[in-house]
Design a binder for this molecule. Structure first.
Ligand code: ADP
Ligand code: MG
Length: 311
């Protein structure tokens, strides 16, 4: 397949029927975007934004209310089998039969896709996700992180050109998060188009070539990561000094300087142009000794505020 996007989402709507007297929930309000081939694409949004709903529609687990979706050029309604064969999905929830070993999990999945015993890649996949030494362990004895890696291998059994990971690092420790990031990067380097959902801006920023932001079922941004992060490049450093601050010191490098307590000042700067160290040095040049410093990164909230012009 050349030229076409890996995934095409066109005006996708999902309405969950309310239970009992509960109201319907419009989880997707007409979302459209393309995932270009070969990229790591981030679908970023807070909890409840509609990320899993969208992924589960692609997985064939949730029925859309209206709109269209194509996977690798295959419409999910007209060519559901081909669409499914073109994508591997790692769901948000970990579900496993606890009595199978990692090797058996992959073999069974291969059988499910009709892949002959000779053509299966179970061993190779176990090595790729660093689980070769757990080949014959019971899945229930694996750590949470190992289970997640096994799920990634399971999603790759049929060698799909697209891998989708729904919140792969939610509730995962720092070390495992780093391992998963490496794994995603490796797969992408081998040519796999990767889509991942996350509610961590930092994660999307680290991994993704392009980021789409979804909030309350609506797409509010879809840009190359560099452009998007540029919208949130302001950083704030709060500094406590040794004496009362007469008036906010003026420096070109400061976008804003605000005295919030007699001895405490908050300075906003552009992280692409200035560093916290430079801000501190400038303040010292004004005759203040630094007693305490805290910095704050732009977070998802700041990006939302800048994008929606709210605040
Ligand atoms: P995210 O993955 O971004 O956290 P979800 O797609 O899980 O968001 O949920 C989007 C919205 O749809 C939320 O308000 C959620 O409560 C609602 N929702 C999700 N699944 C169902 C369901 N099966 N029935 C009713 N409402 C649902
Ligand atoms: Mg979710």
């Amino acid at each position: 397949m050349t030229g076409q996007p890996a995934i095409r989402i066109d005006n996708l709507v999902k309405r969950y029927a309310g239970t009992g007297s509960g109201e319907d929930k419009l989880a997707l309000k007409g979302v459209s975007f393309d995932v270009p081939q070969g990229e790591v694409f981030g679908l970023l949004g807070p909890n409840g934004a509609g990320k899993s709903t969208l992924i589960n529609i692609l997985a064939g687990l949730v029925t859309k209310t209206s709109g269209n979706a194509e996977i690798w050029g295959f419409d999910i309604d007209e060519h559901p089998r081909n669409a499914k064969r073109s994508i591997g999905i790692v769901p948000q929830e970990i579900v496993f039969d606890p009595f199978f070993t990692p090797f058996e999990v992959l073999e069974n999945q291969g059988g499910f896709y009709g892949i002959g015993k000779g053509e299966r890649r179970s061993e190779e996949l176990l090595r790729a996700v660093h689980l070769a030494d757990k080949r014959d362990a019971y899945a229930r004895t694996l750590s949470g992180g190992m289970k997640r890696r096994l799920l990634i291998a399971k999603a790759m059994v049929h060698s799909p050109p697209i891998l989708v990971l729904d919140e792969p690092t939610a509730g995962v420790d720092v070390e495992l998060r780093r391992q998963l990031w490496e794994l995603v990067t490796e797969l992408n380097r081998e040519g796999v188009t990767v889509v991942l959902t996350t509610h961590y801006l930092e994660e999307a920023e680290q991994l993704c070539d392009r980021i789409a932001i979804i909030n309350h079922g609506e797409l509010i941004a879809n840009k190359p990561t560099r452009d998007l992060i540029g919208m949130a490049r302001e950083k704030i450093v709060a500094i406590t000094v040794d004496k009362d601050i007469a008036g906010p010191p003026m420096e070109e490098a400061f976008l804003k300087a605000e005295v919030v307590e007699p001895r405490r000042i908050e300075i906003t700067y552009d992280r692409d142009k200035t560093s916290a160290g430079q801000v501190l040095a400038l303040l010292q040049q004004h005759g203040y000794a630094i007693e305490d410093v805290t910095t704050r990164e732009a977070d998802l909230e700041d990006v939302f505020v800048q994008l929606t012009g709210a605040g």
